[in-house]
Write a protein that binds this ligand. Sequence first.
Ligand code: PRX
Length: 665
Amino acid sequence: MTRVYQPTDYVVEKSRVSSFEKYKEMHKKSLEDPEGFWSEIANEFYWQTPPQPGNFVSYNFDINKGNVFVKWMEGAVTNVCFNLLDRNVRKGHGDKIAYYWEGNHPDDYSRVTYKKLTELVCQFGNALRDSGVGKGDRVAVYMPMILETVVCMLACARIGAVHSVVFAGFSSDSLAERMSDCNAKVLVTADGAWRGEKLLVLKNICDEAQQKAKQKYNHNVNTCIVVSHLNRVTPCGRLPDDIRTLYKWNDEKDIWWHDLVEGQSTICPPEWMAAEDPLFMLYTSGSTGKPKGVLHTTAGYLVYATATFRYVFDYAEKDIYWCTADVGWITGHTYVVYSPLANAATSVIFEGTPFYPDNDRYWALVDKYKVTQFYTAPTAIRALTKCGDEYVKMHDLKSLRVLGSVGEPINPEAWLWYYNLIGGGRCSIADTFWQTETGGHVLTSLPGATPMKPGAAGFPFFGVEPSLLDENGQVIEGPGEGYLVFAQPWPGIMRTLFGDHQRYQQVYFSKFPGYYCTGDGARRDEDGFLWVTGRIDDMLNVSGHLMSTAEVEGVLTEEPRVSEAAVVSKPHPIKGESLYCFVILNDGAVFDADLINSLKKLVRQRIGAFAAPDVIQYAPGLPKTRSGKIMRRILRKVAMGDHDIGDTSTLADPGVVEELFKSRP
Ligand code: PRX
């Protein structure tokens, strides 16, 4: 029996929703009267034209009834950046710290107030306008975790441009594909950044990406704006005497950020945006290989991000909040940038890694800034667990009240370590389940309100009504396990895939007409807790990074010696899942260390280092059904070395299974 953990008095005292009954009542109201529920939050914002009663939400989730669409607050007009910055300054938060920035090296840190951030954003907004960027134009962003990244995103929002941030761990190929797909006008980057002792020369990756974009997709950005970062931070490893020798400079295209903003006015009139105008797009992996440009719009996203942050982290005015996610992922968008600022919060933003200069860096920072809410990923927790408790005990973590987890299911051992050691048994853990597509948390516990079970995502957030469906689309009532779907939209759900509404309908709404299908499985236990069991499509979650088997298989078969590849997930003690790859070779090719190395290198090059396979195995053949479908279930067993493979009667050649077990490395 899993133990149920009730919120402690310490958490309940300061919480907004202080009992399970109150949560249930509010949840019910949010579903019965979405307009009443969401208007309360919407009314806090500044609107050029306020949301109109009666026109608050309209949608169609049933593909059989025509076009799938979602609209919230149609007809309302506002600007997200104005609400995050100017509104807060006008409310008297001008001198409040918006961010404490902590660099990779502990000697590097700074802070920025709401007023100063507003000025920086205005200057960069004006600079973007001068560079020819206007409403609706896409801006590609390939940046480290520095304040300019936030400034850039908010400047886009201010002038109505759509930022498309690409995580700076992606390769130049991935960046080229993403910035071409959205036809970005401008690319914003930094010369480089340190991660631990590793130097990343981002400018070079951007140059390569631009070349590839031109050759492969006939796409050109007009301008590449570069933050000069390396010469203002403490080196964490070797650097040449002259940093400029690290990369090339193209006078026609490249421009320094500081040159561009110099002399720009600190006043920048916002572009007034319709509620359903795009705010930003963000690529996420698709199970057929090509990344999907998830598009979020203005008013609904703003309201939903604000609400989830407020309730899930129970943020109070003097709290210091820290989300460790990189801005390159959705967690960074919603919970490093948009929602903390919408709530006038003070956040920590951290450039480095948990292991530099030592394994106590996270805990040192919690202590240094007296962090009250700490939000991180299970993969980080597992890695830190392995480092030993002494690193934690070196620091005072008593400021903490709410701990968050995101990105993948958290295993009970990691949960308990987080709860007992980091939270000292006082704090609530919010295991937040959500997706790039959902815009914000959809399943989670609420700190003072809901009980917790280690490993369970808990309960639906306000406005969210989850269902579990069986294979035939029948709703499973009560305890059971099935496809996790949603029958109605909440304000923050994505509206389309950029440039491909057809694919949006096909991927998310065609399997079960009438429902948004997450692609995850979930179980509801006898107490009503929801447990997310993981992807049920051909997607993998490595250290919280989602990727598709097809994407990696596509890269492996680019290698001339490989004729066919199949990739499956193998459980990994720290990363959660890891890539286990089977390759069939072309005639005459030899399976050796050289091949393994070049395949690993190829995946790093095409996708990014985080996608590097753990194992590459020679396969004399693949277990296929008579209709030619690869039975991945069997490959997963081979990867695990588990001979209990069950029924193989549907295989065209059952003999291949034994061969595969024999050729395990
Ligand atoms: O499989 C689920 C897993 O991550 C997927 C979404 O990945 P992405 O769009 O990159 O967004 C990650 C950050 C929100 C989901 O489909 N996932 C995310 N959070 C959890 C999770 N699985 C279980 N528990 C979670 N808390």
